[in-house]
Design a protein around this ligand. Structure first.
Ligand SMILES: [Cu+2]
Length: 137
């Protein structure tokens, strides 16, 4: 009985040591962060980046060089919730309401033309979160 116990203890300590070593060498896989930055659709022929602040659309260039499938990326750099909407030929296309620091991407097929883009939340458009994006013009 005593022999069996010590054997078992030895086996357990080996297992424990083995586990410790494995843990030390294992590659840790971190969970995807909740606000992981979405990526631009590869099929898009062009893209536009918009920074949403309280209360304006901050855009480095409101022109998109090519018509077709356009990717719009919006980041909420303000304090309150914002979203980006584009009024395309088939109606409004938009992101969900984004919290501070969140980013979202959507694609919409746009022929050449000038389109309104804005924040569709509450009265943000009236407060200045509106502009025009020119596609292939
Ligand atoms: Cu807004």
């Amino acid at each position: 009985m005593r022999a069996r116990c010590s054997l078992l203890a030895a086996a357990l300590s080996l297992v424990a040591a083995g586990c410790g070593e494995q843990r030390g060498n294992a590659t840790r896989t971190l969970p995807e962060p909740a606000g992981a930055a979405p990526t631009i659709d590869r099929r898009a022929v062009a893209s536009a980046e918009v920074s949403l602040v309280d209360y304006a659309l901050v855009v480095s260039d409101p022109r998109v060089p090519r018509a077709g499938l356009i990717a719009f990326a919006a980041t909420n750099d303000g304090l309150v919730r914002h979203a980006l909407a584009v009024d395309g030929p088939s109606g409004q296309v938009r992101t969900a309401a984004l919290r501070r620091g969140e980013r979202a991407v959507f694609t919409v097929r746009l022929p050449p033309g000038t389109y309104k883009w804005y924040c569709p939340i509450a009265d943000h458009e009236q407060r200045g979160m509106v502009g025009r994006v020119r596609v292939a013009e």
